[in-house]
Design a protein around this ligand. Sequence first.
Ligand code: UDP
Ligand code: MN
Length: 275
Amino acid sequence: MYIIPRRRDVLVLTAWLAPVVWEGTFSRDILNAHYMQKNLVTGVVTFAVKKYVQFIEGFMSSANKYFLTGHQVNLYLFTENPEQISHLHMAPENHLFVIPVQNHSWWQDISMSHMDIISRYICSQFQYEVAYLYSIDIDVQLFEHIGAEIIDTLVGTIISWQYTARCESKSYETRTESQAAIPKGEGDFYYTASFYRGSVAKVCKLTRACFKGVMKDRENGIEARCRDESHLNKYLLYHKPTRLLSPEYYWDEELSQPCIIQVKRMCSVHKDSKK
Ligand code: UDP
Ligand code: MN
């Protein structure tokens, strides 16, 4: 019999009854045993073009060590330099698939096409290979285990600044001309586009809907204030996530750490190193 300690200092269940995962709210042993029986293959999609190629090594080695350890993971790396990747050593249960991607002329285009590329590859490849799909930024490193507690049908990660004083620094798109517009006063949480996931079918629907919104905005000569992240937030407002991850799962290292963040499992790499 396991006794699961409860957190009383943070929200652990949303108003629509989705769990919010924090350190101390689950037993990874129980979850691992449960998911091991299912023999699930999980996919991770990440992009590394232009100067972001420098983050491949740090991301891959830390993901190999800490991401769904013991479970089979397919890592799908979209990059313009596939020939540079051959030296990466993968854990025996992980497989790396390097997929060449064209060099887009400016960053906005890469950002805008992520959703499109992911949805197209889901149809042509991923849906036959994995049950769940995760989209993760490459400019991150994992420092602690991220395990079966993150598996669910549609999962969003709450952005770090929601738990700091800098709450106003980013927010929803409110201009009604944008497809990403969220009416003033609405919105549950602000979710990061750096880490979202779900069943392959749900991620397909999400990425398609977001890309449709991006394209419609482009036709109308408007760009949502946080680009695909704004569209993701709109989508997750009207398609409630079945599970939320606390910012322990993607902590912004530029923010000071409040005491409710007991573990930093995955963190952004310092922005200076992108220059
Ligand atoms: N990206 C890339 N090359 C670029 C810009 C972005 O490969 O020149 C990819 C990379 O995977 C990155 C993701 O797009 O992690 C999101 O961009 P970024 O990390 O700059 O967004 P932020 O975390 O600042 O919102
Ligand atoms: Mn990033």
